[in-house]
Design a protein around this ligand. Sequence first.
Ligand SMILES: Nc1nc2c(ncn2[C@@H]2O[C@H](COP(=O)(O)OP(=O)(O)OP(=O)(O)O)[C@@H](O)[C@H]2O)c(=O)[nH]1
Ligand SMILES: [Mg+2]
Length: 458
Amino acid sequence: MKTDTIAAISTAMTASGIGIVRMSGSEVFTIIDRVYQSKGKKKKLSQVPTHTIHYGYIMDGDEMIDEVLVMVMRAPRSFTSEDTIEINCHGGVYAMKRILETVIKNGARPAEPGEFTKRAFLNGRMDLSQAEAVIDVINAKNEYALKSSVSQLRGSVMQAIKEIREQIIYHIAFIESALDDPEHISLEGYGGELQQVNNKLIGKLEKLIASSEDGKMMKEGIRTVIVGKPNAGKSSLLNVLVGEDRAIVTDIAGTTRDILEETIQIHGISLNIIDTAGIRSTEDVVEKIGVSRAKDYAKDADLIIYVVDSSTELDENDSEIIEMLRSKKAIILLNKTDLQMITSEEMLKERIDKPVIPVSAKENKGIDLLELTLKEMFFHGEISFNDEVYITNIRHKTALADALSSLRQVRESIEMGMPEDFYSIDLMSAYEELGGIIGESVGEDLVNEIFSKFCMGK
Ligand SMILES: Nc1nc2c(ncn2[C@@H]2O[C@H](COP(=O)(O)OP(=O)(O)OP(=O)(O)O)[C@@H](O)[C@H]2O)c(=O)[nH]1
Ligand SMILES: [Mg+2]
């Protein structure tokens, strides 16, 4: 297949040690022969074997642009499955731009964001879920996000979806053949048999969908909101967790007025930690806005850390906060345990069933236990990427949910003793919905939209 030749700077557009300008398409060798000059001026890269590296210069006519190493990868043994050239140059923004301009002047065209990966997908080098994993690998901000995207890149999601689809298509085919040829294929008792298979498939889809909760946390981080009464030590806690003095801490109740957000890593998990204004009823206009913001943030949190000052008594403000926690994942920190304790662990346990951890933000005590509790709360047991598939992509999750409701429809039809062609209609919908995840039966619009989210040069 002939394609036009695309080119882009594939490394970051900042001054760095090396930069890479990448080209892919049918004309890469024509173009590189025009702009590359070897030391002895004789070598032509169109003549060299695949997967070799060549030292030389990029020339714009008679002008030497940069000293480079050029990598040659011939189709189909490249990322895009097309002839590909990577020019390793000095990583100055200007040098990279000049090289890009030179190859464009000689016949390449600038690549769209994600176009290299799009070609890899269109050329059958990877399925859509793997192509999407490429961008997740690039954007991974912690160990788990990286591991789950690499596993998706290696085809874990594709494999899981393929297996489910194979079973579905087998049954569609069976029903259709039986309906076509009732004399030879009997559907007697088939409903019960299908019900068993279908229930198993439903279980698998439910498990995949449930994994997306963990998947989302891995990818985006856990939205953690610190709440509590004024002066409880919320900002002190944020500072301890971040490891530097980000928030203002004073002994004046009502110090924090606005939201402050920081990202930290605990055991490889990202937490977006949000410090908020102390919750109390107040007439101060600014503080009032801060308090209502704190409540809004708490509503959207994946996790609430409720900081209690153990050296004071619980009051009606605490009661209000405790009510906010009931329906949420929450950890209670009994702070200031270095002082005389007035409120105890037992008193809090009586009010609400959430883990209570005694700490001292001031003396950095108990924080390790908090970190351990967090880990256990979000990841039940160790995460293993060998057999588990984590759904981290919202598009995949939606498709799985659609497929699940189609399979539930099949279950209902069987229970109600509907005719067999009803089963096959819903099985077919599930089959197509799942196909969307791996890129079968998806429209051009969706493909374009997915790849436009990529960065330049990938
Ligand atoms: N003794 C002791 N004092 C603490 C501890 N944690 C915080 N403090 C003190 O408590 C006071 C209030 O701390 P902050 O961290 O500003 O409290 P806050 O909850 O952010 O308060 P607001 O922003 O006003 O809502 C400061 O004087 C801190 O030094 C602790 O563990 N032990
Ligand atoms: Mg504060």
